[in-house]
Design a protein around this ligand. Structure first.
Ligand code: HEC
Length: 168
């Protein structure tokens, strides 16, 4: 097939756009005093040179292992029952991730009984979902080893205020 220049340009453009949409941007652009964000205002992790993990990401480690690990396996690694969320978090759109956690999901008509529960009314999950997200992204990006982070930052004052509001 003879490809004309404009068609080729379009194909290359859509390739570039598609590529960008799939590359997870985990770089810290700013910090609002509660947590770090990337340039698209999506929560991200902040791990210092000496390995000190920011408080929200450390919190995400704890919450993940309290609420998700029973099905999704330790350290976001996945299990025979549910997918590896360290991979999902790198692949999924943040808002799609929130939607699945809040509303749940099940494979309708599947022969295996695979159900992701809805956590939308569970404060122990929803008040910490950004934390769980940044934890999973840190795991997926290969920036955080398996297990409990050895060093963590203290809980910021502003974080404690937001947390208290959400949990009340
Ligand atoms: C009772 C078991 C169970 C628990 C607990 C659970 N999940 Fe799931 N989750 C699943 C199953 C099973 C699937 C796959 C559902 C499907 O195939 O549609 C899933 C799918 C997901 C997906 C979609 C992944 C993808 O790649 O499409 C996300 C995101 C997710 N879970 C997040 C969480 C988070 C965050 C928690 C903890 C707050 C959690 N899950 C707790 C069973 C569970």
């Amino acid at each position: 097939m003879k490809v004309t220049a404009p068609v080729l340009a379009f194909a290359m453009l859509s390739l570039a756009v598609g590529g960008a949409a799939h590359a997870a941007d985990v770089a810290v652009a700013y910090d609002d005093g509660v947590r770090a964000f990337n340039a698209d205002d999506i929560p991200t992790f902040a791990i210092a040179e000496d390995g000190t993990v920011d408080w929200p990401t450390f919190s995400g480690f704890r919450r993940y292992h309290a609420e998700c690990h029973v099905c999704h396996g330790p350290d976001g690694e996945g299990s025979s029952y549910a997918p590896a969320l360290k991979t999902s978090a790198m692949r999924m759109d943040y808002y799609d991730f929130l939607e699945v956690v809040a509303s749940g999901r099940s494979r309708v008509g599947a022969s295996d009984n695979s159900v992701m529960p809805a956590f939308g009314t569970n404060q122990n999950v929803m008040c910490y979902i950004e934390d769980i997200w940044t934890y999973l992204r840190a795991r997926g990006a290969g920036e955080l080893d398996r297990g409990r982070p050895e060093r963590r930052a203290d809980k910021p004052e502003a974080y404690a205020e937001v947390e208290a509001q959400c949990m009340s």
